[in-house]
Write a new protein. Structure first.
Length: 403
């Protein structure tokens, strides 16, 4: 049993229907959906749909109420590995082996930089080419979890006017942050990485900016490539990075196509960033606080760990960044404020936890996929969720900030 967001079960290499379990706890939040007449325009999401308790009118209209809350016991394939204090997170894929229910909350080639290197502390920092006199910076976009769905990513970037029909940067001085999780579950994670690296170079040449955060699946993928089946002492029993990667949607074709320049690029991704007052994270967790009291401290700690530490330290980092749902429920706003007070910003923007899980959306009796109209704003409007659940037939979200 691994402390990741999926429990042991048979792999499903195809990208067919993926039915999801319901959530035990529903948050309070707001959906921002596009103007029905204008589509997902660059002006953002102007129409609001409020949810009183987890569900917007979409839950009432599209999904029937489920039964009472149920407790779930998690077992690994070879027997139980539950230990006190371990709370595995919800899966992105239900495992048929467990009835489809979630557990309790639980170098050679040169590398392409994602923008200019960070300056020395105390020096002025422009994460993209500084605008000329009177010239504002370009618009800011964020991209939710891609998970290997390259065609969906290209289509959404094209829809937003960020790339042209040939897949090249067409957005001038626009800025993009990818929120992590490029690989696993979908068919072409390496293709996604190659596209992001390409756009980083092309956007910089156009005066724009393209950067990316390290997600928990980047840690998992790098760990699988570096440590393979070397055992780690996890809180859920002895496992390995390779076993955990496979259980969480790792695609063998990605591992076979992984090259040294991919590893070098992925290893240097920051864990968090602050852009235009938005604190950008991959995971909706407060685990970042365990790595430093400033953004540079956190990023340096993760980079130093990946450069020098051993398999158990890597595993612990991976485990911490797979935690989720810290921002939902009554204590959610307090958790968000703790991060904002420490690292700055006025709102957290994150991926990692699919919006259908946050809203408690389940499939209707007719098998229709979850309806994800856009980013999900919750925790007293302090948090924005950007994982549209592309792995569960939701949407791959590319959105302009602020929302």
């Amino acid at each position: 049993m691994t402390p990741e967001d999926r429990f042991p079960g048979p792999e499903h290499p195809d990208s067919g229907p993926r039915h999801q379990p319901d959530l035990d706890v529903l948050p309070y939040g707001t959906y921002y959906e596009p103007d029905p007449n204008g589509g997902y325009a660059a002006t953002g999401y102007e129409a609001e749909t409020y949810s009183g308790y987890g569900g917007a009118r979409y839950l009432e209209q599209h999904w029937p109420a489920t039964g009472p809350e149920q407790g779930h016991t998690v077992h690994a394939q070879n027997g139980p590995h539950e230990q006190a204090g371990y709370e595995p997170t919800l899966p992105d894929h239900p495992s048929p082996a467990h009835g489809g229910h979630p557990g309790p909350q639980s170098d050679d080639p040169p590398t392409i930089e994602l923008g200019p290197p960070l300056p020395e502390p105390g020096q002025p920092y422009h994460p993209y080419p500084a605008p000329g006199p009177g010239e504002p910076p370009g618009p800011l976009y964020v991209v939710g979890d891609v998970h290997g769905y390259l065609d969906e990513l290209r289509a959404e970037l094209r829809h937003q006017g960020l790339i042209d029909a040939d897949g090249h940067w067409s957005a001038g001085r626009s800025r993009i942050w990818f929120l992590g999780d490029f690989t696993d579950r979908g068919p072409d994670g390496i293709g996604v990485i190659d596209l992001v690296m390409q756009l980083a170079a092309e956007s910089a040449a156009a005066g724009g900016y393209c950067r990316a955060l390290m997600g928990n699946h980047e840690l998992l993928f790098l760990g699988a490539a570096r440590y393979g089946d070397e055992p780690v002492q996890s809180t859920a029993g002895t496992a390995s990075f390779l076993a955990a990667w496979r259980l969480n949607g790792g695609q063998q074709s990605d591992l076979e196509r992984l090259e040294a320049h991919h590893i070098s690029w992925l290893s240097r991704l920051p864990a968090m960033a602050l852009e235009d007052g938005h604190l950008l994270l991959h995971s909706d967790t407060t685990a970042y606080l365990e790595y430093g009291e400033s953004i540079p401290e956190v990023n340096d700690a993760v980079h130093d760990l990946l450069a020098d530490e051993g398999v158990d330290e890597w595993w612990d980092c991976f485990r911490r960044f797979t935690k989720r749902f810290a921002f939902r429920g009554d204590a959610g706003p307090t958790a968000v404020r703790e991060l904002l007070d420490t690292y700055g910003g006025t709102r957290v923007v994150h991926g990692h936890s699919p919006i259908p899980y946050l809203t408690g959306a389940v499939h209707a009796d007719d098998g229709m996929p979850p309806h994800v109209p856009g980013p999900y704003v919750y925790a007293e409007d302090l948090a924005v969720a950007m994982d549209g659940g592309v792995t569960m037939e939701g949407r791959l979200l590319v959105s302009r900030l602020p929302i």
